[in-house]
Every structure is written in C-alpha cells, then in structure tokens.
Design a protein around this ligand. Sequence first.
Ligand SMILES: NC(=O)c1ccc[n+]([C@@H]2O[C@H](COP(=O)([O-])OP(=O)(O)OC[C@H]3O[C@@H](n4cnc5c(N)ncnc54)[C@H](OP(=O)(O)O)[C@@H]3O)[C@@H](O)[C@H]2O)c1
Length: 339
Amino acid sequence: MTERIPVAVLGATGMVGQRFVSLLADHPRFRVTALVASDRSAGKTYGEASPWRLEGEPLLQDQRVLACDPDNVAPKVVFSALDKSIAEEMEPRFAAAGCRVISNASAFRMDPTVPLLIPEVNPDHARLIDPSGGYIVTNPNCTCIPMTMVLAPLHRNFGVLRVTCASYQAVSGAGYPGESAWDMLGNVHPHAGDEEQKVAEEPRKILGERSGKNLSPAAFPISARCVRVPVSDGHLIAVQVQLAKDVPMAQVVEAIRDFRSPVSLPSSPQPLLRILERRDRPQPRLDASAGGGMAISVGRIEPCEVFTLKFFALAHNAIRGAAGGAIANAELLDNWGLL
Ligand SMILES: NC(=O)c1ccc[n+]([C@@H]2O[C@H](COP(=O)([O-])OP(=O)(O)OC[C@H]3O[C@@H](n4cnc5c(N)ncnc54)[C@H](OP(=O)(O)O)[C@@H]3O)[C@@H](O)[C@H]2O)c1
C-alpha cells in the first residue's frame, strides 16, 4: 500500500472541520496529521477544544490543536474550513508558503484565477491553477451544489435560459453553535446573509467554459431565495428551469439519469444523481446520507406551468456541500498530478 499523503485541516474544531476528520479517518490517500484552529483552541487537545458532535467514535482526541500559521503547519496539502473573514487573510498566506489550499470558504470562490470545482462536473477548471507553487482551489456553496449538479446535464444537452429557486437549508449549514434554538425551533427564517447571491453566481462560474486560463461564465440568470429550516443536515432546493429547447419530460429525465462523471474518484458515489420516483422525496432525513453523503437526490422532475420544468434536489450540506466535496477535489488534483 502506498503511503498516505499527510494533510492539515484548518478550522478543524468547527462543524466542517469535524466532518473532515471523520471522512479522512479511513481515506485511502490522505491522513490528517495537523489540526489547526484559532488561538482560543491552540495548545488544547482536540477533545478539549472541540467536543465531538458527529455520529461514531470521537477521533484524534489527544492530538494537540495548532495555531493557524503556515510556519507551524508541516503538511503542504491543507483543507480549509475557516470562517470566510479568516480565510480571506489566512488562505493566501498558506498558498504563499507553497501549500495546496483546498477550501470550503467563500472568500475566493469568485476570483477568476481560482477554480470553483465540482470535480464530477467541471474538472477541467482545475487547469486554472499553476501547480509549480502554492494555490487555492475552492468548492461551491452547499446549496448551490445540488442544483448545479442537476443543471449540468440540462445545460449541456438543451441549454438553460433562466432559473429560479428556493432553498430549505439545515441548521448545520450555519456551523457550530450556529443559529440559536430560539430562532430555529418551530420556526423558519429567510437567510440573513449573502447566500442568495452565492446561489445566483456560483453555478454560472461552474458551468462556464474554460479557454486556457480564462473562464466565461454561463449566461443564464438565476433568481434565488434562501431559507433556514429546523432540519439538522441536508439542504433541499426547489428549482424551476427554462430550457432553450422544447423537449419532452422523458428526455429531460433521461439526461439527468444518464449523467456520468468524466473522472473516477474514491469519494464519488454511483449513482451520482439519484432520481427518486416517490412524490414525497427527496427528504433530508431519508436521503441526505445517500452515497455516503456524496450523492445528489433528485425528485419531482415535472413540467412547469411558467418555465419548462421543475424539480427538487437535495445534498448533505456538510459532506457533499463541504468536507466531502473538498476531499473529492483533492482526489482529482492528486489523479492529475497537481497536488
Ligand atoms: N457548515 C456547512 O454545512 C458548510 C457548508 C459549506 C461551506 N461551509 C464553510 O466552511 C467554513 C467553516 O464552516 P463551519 O460550519 O465549520 O463553521 P464553524 O463551526 O463556526 O467553525 C469555524 C472554524 O474556524 C475556526 N476559526 C475561527 N476563527 C479563527 C481564527 N482567527 N484563526 C483560525 N481559525 C479560526 C474555528 O476555530 P475555534 O474553534 O478555535 O474558534 C473553527 O474551527 C465556513 O467558511 C463556511 O462558510 C460550511
């Protein structure tokens, strides 16, 4: 067996950080050797700094948490689960120190020199980086991912003209401790941050065309509304799409069903897009963990009275939408000798 690549997790004590630790515990290629967080956590054991909040046995409980400084952190492959404002400052510092920064944070997603990757959808955008030094690669917003993975076969086969969508987002998407119980119990509330802007912008970059080191975003507009609901894990999104061609619904369903990743990755499940026939699915409780949390569940693909079609799509926000998506990006970079 080949030696696993040592990796660091920045923001290891947070919601996504624990997911990284959990998903990497038995990973065939990567091994966590450095846990990094704020000065509040540095020097404590991982168990003290970050009581385990996920299913399964607590991991790496006796390992010391390191301060967030590239001089302190030995691995050159660095997964980032930092808050946006910290990522803005720290990710370029790690990249400047020669690290391959594979980030969940939104800080650099829309930077034209930084790939915004769903490896099964736009792997060629990884070619935007220059692997001769450090770099930053990002994965998309957790609500944008399920929608974009279904839009990919629709756009490529029929052309997408416009999209509207509304999300039902889990509380784990706000990190730990996230929203207050008072705000969330027996309640839903419109997302107060810039989520709607991310859901409107990011799919267009992902589905854009690359020519050398330049990207032209896909032209279609997206109007998004985002809502937090009292669900633990799994973001559901209701999407309406106007296509450029008038195609029978059976052909639309076939295009989604036939979608295949052009790359083979240990973290990428089969099937990738899982079409559910029951009219009451997908549901976060029943479907968010499909394919180890990496599959997209799609349901209710139906004609739309206003646009061409409508559907629901669901993804596990902290796995496909965060740690698992970033790990899949690292697998792609490793496959292509870019790590
Ligand atoms: N939750 C999701 O489903 C999800 C999905 C997609 C993307 N994301 C993105 O992933 C990132 C992490 O989200 P999260 O939900 O895991 O948040 P979180 O639970 O609030 O965790 C934040 C992490 O950042 C660390 N941190 C805070 N200030 C720091 C500083 N000054 N220096 C170094 N580390 C610092 C925290 O360490 P301490 O414990 O020491 O404070 C903690 O490890 C965010 O950018 C978020 O937008 C989250």
